[in-house]
Design a protein around this ligand. Structure first.
Ligand code: NAD
Ligand code: LMR
Length: 325
């Protein structure tokens, strides 16, 4: 069966890095054909046409068709997976939540169109910033689509945290397992090493430097997006596209045995997160599009305080967009 993948903002930076990798089977595997359904703003359709021409020129064996449209329902028609990328990125000096008033309204119409047109088992991954609260807006504008279908991306933060610990320990990143990103995809997120392992041993023991973990590791992960904007002049795109593929691949092909990842999902109250917020927590995925929250992890006072700050920020963002819910 051909999987339909809708990508918004498909002519943008992330779209350009994401589309060929979806077309080579990175989300649904090497046996599954895909149909790309690309949405863009009308003025960007010409540029999107060029991207579609390049996709044709790659002659990808799994790609059956590339639809290019500025019509929401055509883009989401029958979709198995929707990647909501299209929105403004921040520039130097901004926080992601400064985008809320510009980007938030995009997600009301997109939520409604997903409800009207997407496939019965659709999964939605929100990448466009501020992604947690944009996801909240889309979900609340599509009340008949079950709440567990809506996710926002903190996989990039998860990957960043994994990479920073691996660099510090001088090991391959695959040696680092079970980090958690708690909270918002913002500089209040809490990248938590306390349950992580490096080469099978507790990460804190291997790193052996509590001050580095608290004073260097946390802010490095929290502010990595900003550091990339300062260095590149544009927000992350290669790593963001790669993280979106990881996120979707975990949903559809599963997390490895004994490992979890971090996904922002709708809260049912676990870990003290107010119901209905879209908050990053550790999850395992069996590979059928569902996820299960990893329960029973404990916090130090330090960690609880960090997580609470991010929860408070998510609550404040929800208040800011209450008119869009
Ligand atoms: P970009 O400006 O290169 O591309 C965005 C594209 O979206 C443009 O082509 C634009 O025409 C299109 N677009 C804007 N509004 C649209 C709408 N209403 N419908 C359809 N398309 C629309 O930006 P980018 O670098 O690709 O980043 C896209 C978003 O992803 C930004 O909000 C950015 O902050 C966010 N982002 C999130 C993460 C994360 O970890 N969650 C990581 C990186 C970037
Ligand atoms: C990132 O984390 O790189 C993205 O969210 C882009 C940004 O604004 O930082």
């Amino acid at each position: 069966m051909v999987k339909r993948v809708a990508v918004t903002g498909a002519a943008g930076q992330i779209g350009y890095s994401l589309l060929p990798r979806i077309a080579t089977g990175e989300i649904f595997g090497p046996e599954t054909q895909v149909r790309l359904q690309c949405l863009e703003l009308t003025p960007a359709l010409e540029s999107l046409k060029g991207v579609a021409m390049e996709l044709d020129d790659c002659a990808f064996p799994l790609l059956t068709e590339t639809v290019c449209t500025d019509n929401l329902e055509e883009a989401f028609e029958g979709a198995d997976l929707v990647l909501l990328v299209g929105s403004k990125p921040r520039s130097a000096g901004m926080e992601r939540k400064d985008l809320l008033l510009d980007n938030g309204p995009i997600f009301t119409g997109q939520g409604k169109a997903i409800e009207a047109a997407a496939g019965p088992n659709v999964r939605v991954v929100v990448v466009g910033n501020p992604c947690n609260t944009n996801c909240l807006i889309a979900m609340n504008n599509a009340k008949s689509v079950p709440a567990d279908r809506w996710t926002a991306m903190t996989q990039l933060d998860h990957n960043r945290a994994q990479a920073q610990l691996a660099l510090k320990a001088g090991v391959d990143s695959t040696e680092v397992k079970n980090i958690v990103i708690w909270g918002n995809h913002s500089n209040t997120q809490f990248p938590d090493w306390s349950h992580a392992t490096i080469g099978g041993k507790p990460a804190a023991d291997v790193i052996g430097d509590d001050a580095w973990l608290k004073n260097i590791f946390i802010p490095t992960v929290q502010e990595r997006g900003k550091a990339i904007i300062e260095a590149r002049g544009k927000s992350s795109a290669m790593s963001a596209g790669s993280a979106a593929l990881d996120h979707a691949r975990y949903l559809f092909q599963g997390t490895p045995d004994g490992e979890w990842t971090s996904i922002a999902i709708v809260s049912d109250g676990k870990y003290g997160v107010p119901e209905g917020l879209i908050c990053s927590v550790p999850v395992t995925c069996p590979g059928d599009g569902t996820y299960k929250v990893v329960e029973g992890l404990e916090f130090s006072d330090f960690g609880q305080d960090k997580f609470q700050k991010s929860i408070d920020e998510l609550s404040a963002e929800r208040d800011t967009v209450s008119g869009l819910l």
